[in-house]
Design a protein around this ligand. Structure first.
Ligand SMILES: C[S@@+](CC[C@H](N)C(=O)[O-])C[C@H]1O[C@@H](n2cnc3c(N)ncnc32)[C@H](O)[C@@H]1O
Length: 208
């Protein structure tokens, strides 16, 4: 048994509806690795149980796994806005959310993340950033003014397959962007931050 299997085996089991979504994502999409998956899904649900956010924003819906995991931990009156630019996901996502116990808390926005953030007139308790890696800094600056004092931002993939540890090819724009994001966040005094070695790196940020 490797470390990842051990951690998963000693955390909550994946709820049936998410295990099904995991299987369908592997059957129907060409890049199923993008999905948060069992362990990170449980982490997101746990954070939402802890924070009890009333308004959540997610950037990067994909097949809805992380949105549903977070919705599970949110209070009944909570609302989770989730944005994805891939309009081919729209019908699948609307069906998936309509047929899920916690889907009524989720509002899907199809469009470019930065454009849709600009239209959102909400004070945010929690943001989950998981869309275009090259836009992470722009997402961060766009959402920070909308996050309430004491609110949280979670940013996924900040270890980027450990490529952040090695000399980077300047042509590898995703890795360059993640490294710039990590350096910027580490030096930003407007926030508290911890980079958690969860799955592919999950940075937890708290607005001061
Ligand atoms: C890593 S996947 C999200 C995975 C999902 N959060 C989960 O954990 O299951 C990234 C998603 O971001 C979307 N995306 C990429 N660029 C985007 C943009 N500029 N605006 C909105 N969505 C974008 C992609 O279509 C893709 O579905």
């Amino acid at each position: 048994m490797n470390l990842e299997d051990y951690i998963t085996a000693h955390s909550d089991v994946e709820p049936d509806y998410l295990a099904k979504l995991n299987r369908v994502t592997h059957l129907r999409t060409i890049n199923p690795r993008m999905l948060s998956g069992h362990f990170q899904g449980r982490v997101l649900a746990m954070f939402c149980h802890m924070i009890q956010p009333k308004v959540v924003l997610e950037l990067g819906t994909f097949t809805g796994y992380s949105a549903l995991s977070m919705a599970e931990g949110m209070p009944e009156e909570g609302i989770l806005h989730t944005i994805d630019c891939d309009d081919e996901l729209e019908d699948f996502l609307n069906d998936t959310f309509a047929n899920s116990e916690h889907g009524h808390k989720i509002k899907l926005h199809i469009g470019d993340a930065l454009t849709e953030i600009g239209k959102l007139n909400e004070t945010l308790d929690l943001v989950f950033i998981d869309a275009d890696k090259r836009e992470y800094l722009a997402y961060y600056e766009a959402v920070l003014p909308k996050v309430r004092k004491g609110g949280f931002i979670l940013t996924d993939n900040t270890l980027w397959d450990e490529k952040v540890l090695k000399p980077v090819d300047p042509k590898d724009k995703d890795t360059v962007a993640i490294m710039q994001f990590n350096d910027f966040i580490a030096a930003d005094n407007r926030i508290e931050k911890v980079l958690l070695p969860i799955r592919d790196g999950l940075t937890l940020i708290r607005k001061k």
